[in-house]
Design a protein around this ligand. Structure first.
Ligand code: URP
Ligand code: ZN
Ligand code: ZN
Length: 459
């Protein structure tokens, strides 16, 4: 199968020019002006931007969590991602106690294989580390998973202690990998939760009050300091506030391999969402929680100046009806997480353009930086001869209103309901195959393949 995309404006993280793209099979074959070729399918991209498929490196499909399971399966979640122009996701394979790393990855393969609409990978979340686990790091890296994840939150569920943190960072680094950290002070937070509950404070907004920004900044500082002595690269996930970001800036200034991301929800929403009536604040119960509006512009500035490297979603949806409702009367029982995988590319476009980012920087934040950071570049994250033909044809002028009525995520609400944004995804190709066209999904479950990743290419 050959496809010719004609007359588009090609925008990568570094280039911006008009040309045609000829795709042969799964990869880009030729790029040039007025290519004299015939193809099985021709797409006219005049007036459109032709960009690399987006990469969302932080999602949780069908994750058992908080007494329930996140509502998007690998099938529904990756289809929704495709509608939004995302052609690769990285999920988190979480080690349950007693499992080896390899068993954990086998379990996640069993959930994902044959289901995905788009390409996928996992980070391996380590929840226990004994001597027997040490040789496993190299095997995981050889299997194409070069990133490990630890939680400094959720005591009794996923949280690890500082000994384990040090060991994971050191072993991951020695094996050529990088450690991702959910950084909060989980112990102090658990005491704050107990205090709020003792005072009868049980509404959704107390989830946010139990985890103030300083607790996140504390976790980030600790993780980066430990990474420094372990001499290993550390990447902080879902940075939601300026105080936490400043810890990354400090560590980078000191020359350490310290990195971080933020997520769409923290770039647009603030803590006033928790005041919504009729328990609707529960829709915004995720961790870290939303914070004061004063944090939003510093996060955008951090993206512009390279303090933070990319934007993910931390997509971990739970329906309001039947799932979020589990926590009526007790915020501790509200499953933590929210939907987002579908709207990231256009939301970041809207916010970035309003703040004077270049189109190249937008592409970098949504695709290229993650491809490099997580070992998939230049196969993913760019449009170049030989790269996978993961391509989005984007209409920069179209206006659209975000709504759960029209989204494809398996979730009965949107975090961004009613928000009017500029820019819309029109056509999506995944390894040469047209997946989305005229708002229709043309793919089949299982066409997405596991991507073996290499080392971080940013350090
Ligand atoms: O609330 C969240 N973020 N749920 C998903 C798990 C995590 O901490 O990333
Ligand atoms: Zn987390
Ligand atoms: Zn997460």
């Amino acid at each position: 199968m050959t496809t010719l995309i004609k007359n588009g404006r090609i925008i990568t993280a570094t280039d911006d020019y008009h040309a045609d793209v000829f795709i042969d099979g799964e990869t880009v074959h030729t790029i040039g002006r007025n290519l004299p070729v015939k193809a099985d399918k021709t797409i006219d991209a005049a007036g459109r931007w032709v960009i690399p498929g987006a990469i969302d490196p932080h999602v949780h499909m069908e994750l058992p969590f908080g007494g329930t399971i996140s509502s998007d399966s690998f099938e529904t979640g990756t289809r929704a991602a495709a509608f939004g122009g995302t052609t690769t996701i990285i999920d988190f394979a979480i080690q349950y106690h007693g499992k080896t790393f390899e068993q954990t990855l086998d379990d996640w393969d069993a959930k994902a294989e044959g289901k995905c609409a788009i390409d996928y990978s996992y980070h391996l979340a380590v929840t226990e580390y004994e001597a027997k686990h040490a040789p496993e790091f190299k095997k995981v890296v050889d299997r194409g998973i070069s990133t490990f994840k630890i939680f400094l939150a959720y005591p009794g569920v996923f949280m690890i202690d500082d000994t384990t943190m040090f060991r994971v960072m050191q072993s991951a680094g020695e094996a050529g990998g990088m450690t991702l950290v959910h950084a909060e002070n989980g112990i102090a937070i658990s005491q704050m939760i107990d205090n709020l509950v003792a005072a009868g404070k049980m509404a959704p907004k107390y989830h946010a009050q139990s985890r103030p920004p300083v607790m996140q900044a504390d976790g980030v500082a600790r993780a980066l300091r430990v990474g420094e002595v372990a001499r290993a690269p550390v990447f902080i996930v879902h940075v939601s506030c300026e105080a936490a970001m400043n810890e990354i800036v400090r560590s980078r200034d000191e020359g350490n391999a310290s990195f971080g991301e933020t997520c769409t929800q923290y770039l647009f929403l603030d803590e006033t969402c928790y005041d919504k009536p009729n328990f609707e604040g529960a829709k915004y119960v995720f961790t870290p929680p939303l914070v004061a509006r004063e944090n939003i512009e510093p996060l955008w500035k951090g993206l512009k100046l390279g303090y933070l490297q990319e934007v993910s979603t931390d997509h971990c949806p739970f329906n309001f009806k039947g799932q979020k409702e589990l926590g009526r009367g007790d915020f501790r029982k509200i499953p933590n997480g929210g939907p987002g995988v579908e709207d990231r590319l256009s939301l970041v476009y809207d916010g970035a353009m309003k703040r004077g980012f270049s189109p190249n920087k937008w592409v970098d934040l949504c695709s290229t930086a993650s491809a490099k950071m997580f070992g998939m570049f230049p196969r993913k994250g760019t449009i170049a001869v030989g790269s996978d033909a993961d391509i989005v044809i984007f209409n920069p002028d179209k206006q659209r209103t975000i709504s759960a009525k029209t989204h494809h995520m398996n979730c009965d609400y949107s975090l961004f309901e009613g928000m009017e944004i500029q820019g819309a995804v029109e056509t999506v190709l995944s390894r040469g195959k047209t997946l989305i066209e005229s708002n229709q999904y043309l793919g089949h479950p299982g066409e997405g393949k596991f991507i073996k990743r290499g080392q971080c290419a940013v350090m």
